[in-house]
Design a protein around this ligand. Structure first.
Ligand code: DP6
Length: 369
């Protein structure tokens, strides 16, 4: 498929997605995990298209659960009410309204429905743990389910998840990667034939079983609201002196990462994961204006982890998202050792001793009540 055409194809098919019969109200629920990027997406162009391919693992316990109640809309009625953690949330509601406006060109039925959306996270939001990824993914999967219910479209799994990824991307780039699959790639690369800038694809078949049972310990260094949004950070890449070199490096790192994932090369995996995290924050720090998201405790934890790894000769990797919290990616077989180390040595660096004991999962799931 020509990936340039998928948005055009969806627009053309949208004419068939405007008129429907619906009596009473219906409900749909999805849960979607956050994902942790191994190769980072930092820099975008046009309408949410990435400057380089990125690759992530889906998490399991860090997720958004979204329930949508929808019915045919009466004239003059407000069409979206958004509740976050059971409270009406006006800033989020505004963002969702804008999002629905934007994607109505692909899903014209949105304008003829009244929505009540309940959403909750199992982890602190706006702290750089990819809450926009899980939220927009849960929303996009729910909207594809509504499309399927109303029009009997998207019958095949691939078709369904491709559209969910495409729609999620338009809400938040990293959300495109929260689709079924343990390892998911977003962005065109010659290395993966079916890859696209417009949606993400699972690459589990190219991943060694060792990585499929990897765990992720998320150390909450600071759960406070971020001082700078990811969108602003992406924008600052437009005139960044290192932009060209970064996009080249990301492609080289992706190639090495695909090799590490395929062969079970844990050392190479750690080398690339850590280089990507450091590069991400180096790019932020060298933006104009600079973005400081790491905290002293972020660096203290990294120092401790490096020392522990050297002494114990263990294989694990640390990474950071757009925030101060540290993710430790490690194989299942050393879980007891890692948990012991975290609880005895690292908790003093965490906010209220908080950490999330997470693991790699298969991604979003529809919830049937
Ligand atoms: C640092 O997906 O949050 O987490 O597309 O503007 O919503 P928008 O940005 P977002 O960027 C996340 C960037 C990152 C790295 C990554 O997840 O790849």
């Amino acid at each position: 498929m020509n990936d340039k055409l998928i948005s055009t194809q969806y627009k053309q098919k949208a004419y068939d997605l405007a008129n429907f019969d619906l009596t009473g109200s219906q409900s749909i629920s999805w849960e979607s995990p956050s994902n942790i990027a191994l190769i980072k997406y930092w820099g975008k162009h046009d309408d949410q298209l990435p400057q380089n391919p990125s690759l992530s693992f889906n998490l399991k316990n860090s997720k958004t659960i979204t329930n949508i109640i929808y019915q045919k809309k009466e004239p003059d009625e407000s069409s979206i009410r958004y509740f976050f953690e059971d409270q009406r949330n006006v800033p989020f509601e505004k963002r969702i309204k804008n999002y629905f406006e934007k994607i109505a060109v692909y899903l014209p039925f949105l304008k003829k429905l009244d929505f009540t959306i309940y959403s909750k996270n199992t982890f602190p939001h706006s702290a750089g743990i990819g809450s926009s990824a899980s939220s927009f993914s849960a929303l996009a999967h729910s909207l594809c389910s509504i499309e399927r219910e109303l029009f009997h479209t998207l019958p095949g799994q691939d078709e369904f998840y491709r559209k969910a990824s495409f729609l999620a991307r338009l809400g938040s780039g990293s959300a495109s990667r929260s689709i079924p699959g343990k390892a998911v790639l977003w962005g065109k690369t010659e290395r993966v034939t079916e890859s696209s800038d417009e949606y993400a694809v699972p690459i589990d078949e190219q991943v060694h079983h060792l990585f499929k049972s990897y765990r992720d310990a998320v150390l909450i260094i600071d759960s406070g609201q971020k001082t700078s949004s990811s969108s602003k950070g992406h924008m600052l890449m437009e005139n960044h002196s290192f932009a060209k070199a970064r996009y080249l490096q990301a492609n080289i790192n992706l190639e090495k990462m695909l090799l590490a994932l395929k062969t079970g090369g844990e050392k190479l995996f750690a080398e690339i994961v850590e280089s990507e995290a450091m590069t991400l924050h180096a790019l932020m720090l060298s933006s104009n204006p600079a973005i400081f998201l790491i905290k002293p405790n972020t660096l203290a934890v990294i120092e401790k982890l490096k020392e522990f790894r050297r002494k114990q000769c263990l294989n694990f990797a640390f990474t950071l998202d757009a925030g101060p919290n540290v993710h430790i990616l490690y194989p299942n077989k050393i879980q007891a050792i890692m948990v012991n180390f975290i609880e005895n040595e690292l908790l003093p660096f965490c906010e209220n001793g908080k950490w999330i004991d997470d693991e790699i999962s298969n991604g979003p799931k529809q919830i049937f009540s």
